[in-house]
Ligand binder design. Structure first.
Ligand code: AMP
Length: 195
């Protein structure tokens, strides 16, 4: 258990978290767990969960905490997460941090590091509008994109200070090419957690 690597990646919507999460998870041999991907897969599959969260997600609001917390707790309890995990898009507010802390504490575990991918709002909105054209995500309209930035600023950004106080925050400039940013994250994380 103590050898496991438990990481989070946070940053504004459109900062490139998903891409970096996949690369980073591979490097540490842990699963990248994206709550957004889990919800989208359920929406696509037309599952009861998908039907329950569809409208919330399309409006750019947060799915209720209890539901999200349970999904993550179940996911990180699966065998492939024994070596640890990299959570992308969770926790997104203080209540979810508390739920995750409590879940990890059950097995005497805690987070090792939180990567903050820093990016300018105008830059990320431009990126998301481009992704909307390419992928046609239902929550990628300009109005919803702006709303998701507001939700991030109001609910998720305050977590940065909290993780900083714990001494586990790793700030990385998210602007640049994919490989360049990946290098920066790797170097900063290694400096922080020694692996
Ligand atoms: P993402 O792919 O991380 O941008 O997530 C897409 C959408 O899924 C968000 O705008 C929320 O509606 C929902 N979502 C993802 N993660 C969470 C979470 N931790 N808590 C609540 N809602 C979430």
């Amino acid at each position: 258990m103590s050898n496991a690597t438990r990481l989070l990646i946070v940053g504004p919507p459109g900062a490139g978290k998903g891409t970096q999460a996949t690369m980073l998870a591979e490097r540490y041999g842990v699963p990248a767990i994206s709550t957004g991907d889990i919800f989208r897969a359920n929406i696509t599959g037309g599952t009861p969960l998908g039907l329950q969260v569809q409208e919330i997600i399309n409006a750019g609001e947060l799915v209720p905490d209890e539901l999200t917390d349970t999904i993550v707790a179940d996911r990180i309890a699966q065998d492939d997460a024994t070596p640890g995990f990299l959570l992308d898009g969770y926790p997104r507010n203080v209540s979810q941090v508390q739920a995750l802390d409590a879940e990890l504490a059950k097995s005497g575990a805690s987070l090792d590091a939180v990567v903050l991918l820093e990016a300018d709002t105008d830059e990320v909105v431009a990126r998301l509008l481009k992704r909307a054209e390419e992928q046609g995500r239902a929550d990628d309209t300009e109005e919803v994109i702006r709303h998701r930035q507001t939700v991030y600023t109001e609910q998720t950004a305050p977590l940065i200070e909290l993780f900083e106080e714990r001494g586990i925050l790793v700030r990385v400039d998210g602007l640049g090419g994919i490989d360049e940013v990946a290098e920066r994250i790797s170097a900063a994380l290694t400096a922080k957690i020694g692996r």
